[in-house]
Design a protein around this ligand. Structure first.
Ligand code: F6R
Ligand code: MG
Ligand code: MG
Length: 381
């Protein structure tokens, strides 16, 4: 059976501040998801949360970008927003940018990750869900899962994976997408996806047969490119086992923490902490950024799960190291590189302060330098 997995997420109100969700809001969203199953639109649905965000994981047979499925998620978030408003939760309805639904939630605020495939004899998938960071947080782990043999042994020793995977990469400023095949074009791929403020991986395909392997929520960024390319507390769907990385290979990148953009006011660098569902509550300096891993076995379209995959003491060391990294970074307060460079910050007073002080900047006869990163004449002989 060909099924579609659609994960649609939004922040519709925080409890308390931006740290978590309220049970009554989550219950309302669940009510709508269940109604979607009862009326036969969905095969199944599961509602998960991370920090102040709620995701509806849905299975159905209607394909990607289906209007009815997207509308169901939109209506669920609108109804949840009503509850959030009633409780005066913080930022109630903050991600519902449009006044009314029009065909597809993309560009309307919520984040979307979707994939369609023929359900295998056994179909394990993992839905990653992060708070206080951006979709580019998936660049490094996706590279390790699907292109780094030091992470994924199967790339070397499993004949069904040995042909490698291709990455679809989006330039968030132009909205354009390029597909690159690994291992052949690995170094070209890394030129782009190492530049996390500009390039994000949006999908991964298996070279052998073009099967979809992973899909991330970046569409909102492409539609808003040119206007807004900010943080977007992302989701990611990854298929595992039998020709895809094993569950343990998919999870392995998260055992070694790295730094991502986001955290307080979307304007800081911080470690991405892999946590169990109950620990997905970023409180320290509104962080550090969190990620959960919800595992499902799909059975005739039904979502068997979720299984809380980071609820494992084997990830305690990663969590501790994130806490140590957080301490180290916090030591730098408002100074870069803990605070992001001006063009990456979600909040800034720089233009106002510059404007206020513009007449006090005096020319002392130094030549003007080109802006860094312009690419002109930068390679030293
Ligand atoms: C980051 C985030 C929070 C808020 C911060 C200030 O993604 O959501 O860190 O930016 O709590 O929030 P406001 O401006 O709503 O007071
Ligand atoms: Mg929020
Ligand atoms: Mg959030």
């Amino acid at each position: 059976m060909k099924i579609t997995v659609s994960v649609i997420k939004a922040d519709i109100g925080g409890f308390v501040g931006h740290s978590s969700t309220h049970p009554e809001v989550v219950a309302k969203v669940k009510e709508y998801a269940e109604a979607g199953c009862e009326k036969g639109l969905l095969l199944d649905a599961s509602v998960i949360t991370c920090g102040d965000d709620i995701a509806i994981v849905m299975t159905h047979t209607k394909g990607k970008d289906n209007e009815e499925v997207h509308k169901l998620a939109w209506d669920a978030f609108v109804a949840g927003t009503e509850v959030a408003k009633k409780l005066k939760l913080y930022g109630a309805g903050q991600d519902l940018l449009a006044d009314a639904f029009s065909g597809n939630v993309k560009g309307m605020g919520p984040g979307v990750a979707e994939m369609e495939f023929e359900e295998r004899k056994s179909e394990p998938i993992i839905v990653f869900f992060a708070d206080k960071t951006s979709p580019s947080a998936w660049n490094l782990p996706l590279y390790e899962m699907f292109a780094d043999p030091m992470n994924t042994a199967g790339l070397v020793i499993d004949p069904s994976m040995h042909d490698g995977f291709s990455f679809e990469v989006m330039d968030v400023y132009s909205g354009k997408v390029v597909k690159l095949e690994t291992p052949r074009e690995l170094y070209d791929l890394l030129v782009f996806i190492g530049a996390t403020s500009r390039y994000v991986v949006r999908a991964v395909y298996r070279n052998r047969d073009g099967e979809i392997a992973a899909a991330a929520s970046t569409q909102k960024l492409s539609l808003m490119a040119g206007r807004y390319v900010g943080k977007d507390d992302p989701v990611l769907i990854v298929r595992a086992q039998s020709g895809f990385p094993a569950v343990g290979e998919v999870l392995e990148p998260f055992a070694r923490p790295w730094l991502v953009e986001g955290w307080m006011r979307g304007s800081h660098t911080g470690p991405l902490m892999p946590v169990s569902f109950k620990e997905a509550k970023p409180t320290r300096f509104d962080g550090p950024p969190r990620v959960i891993a919800a595992g499902y076995q799909i059975c005739e379209g039904k979502l068997i799960g979720p299984n809380d995959l980071f609820d494992d003491p084997a990830f305690d060391d990663a969590r501790n190291r994130c806490a140590i990294l957080a301490n180290q970074l916090r030591r730098q307060g408002i100074f870069e590189p803990h605070r992001l460079p001006p063009e990456e910050m979600e909040y800034t007073t720089l233009p106002k302060v510059l404007e206020k002080l513009k007449d006090r900047f005096v020319d002392v006869g130094e030549p003007e330098a080109k802006a860094p990163g312009s690419g002109e004449g930068e390679i030293a002989e």
